[in-house]
Design a protein around this ligand. Structure first.
Ligand code: 5GP
Ligand code: MG
Length: 180
């Protein structure tokens, strides 16, 4: 457990769960039934696992595929260059897609993924992010579905890491101090 670290909780497990259910209901009301959910790894895996189960409760039996993207830079700041580390398993031509990411910051990662899917023939690409840091946007992209809007703090937990740590925390928080 990461309990020896000093982390301020921004969103607790119950609050996240309620928000995920609300997003799933909004998606179910607006998106086609034959939805393909494309999960951008790694950071979105916990959010996506909860969201697809919430979608099922809301009546959407979504298909799921994964793509691993990397944008190189320092530990807490992404660079401009996005690369595909592991690609999707299936073609997306003709599929309405819901693209899931953990955090929308500059927007480069999500814009890259959206453009890639449109380029491969997806007729509709909607976007869903757990967290939106809109003050940091550089690419012209706004998410269709958002969990929470946050400021510039670097956050961890619920799938989000700092140097590969803290992904398993049940809440989203800001690190005050890290014990090795
Ligand atoms: P963008 O391309 O929008 O600038 O980058 C978004 C990506 O940067 C996210 O998918 C995430 O991997 C990473 N990122 C941005 N802010 C944070 C943060 O506060 N915490 C963590 N763990 N990752 C972040
Ligand atoms: Mg990411």
């Amino acid at each position: 457990m990461a309990g020896v670290n000093d982390i301020d909780i921004l969103f607790g497990a119950a609050e996240i769960a309620a928000r995920v259910d609300a997003i799933a209901r909004a998606i179910a009301a607006a998106e086609p039934r034959d939805l393909l959910v494309v999960v951008i790894l790694k950071g979105s895996f916990v959010f996506a696992a909860d969201l697809v189960r919430a979608l099922d409760r809301a009546g959407v039996d979504a298909r799921v595929d994964f793509i691993t993207l990397a944008s190189y830079g320092t530990a807490t700041e992404s660079s401009g260059r996005v690369t595909v580390v592991h690609d999707l398993a299936e073609p997306v031509a003709g599929q309405p897609v819901l693209l899931i990411d953990d955090i929308l910051e500059s927007g480069r990662t999500l814009a890259f993924a959206r453009d890639l899917l449109y380029g491969r023939g997806a007729p509709r690409v909607r976007t869903c992010v757990l967290l939106d840091k809109s003050a940091r946007r550089l690419a012209p992209i706004e998410p269709d579905y958002v969990g929470f809007r946050i400021g510039n703090d670097f956050v961890v937990g619920y799938g989000l890491d700092l140097a590969h740590r803290f992904r398993g925390l049940p809440y989203i928080g800001v690190i005050r101090a890290v014990e090795k």
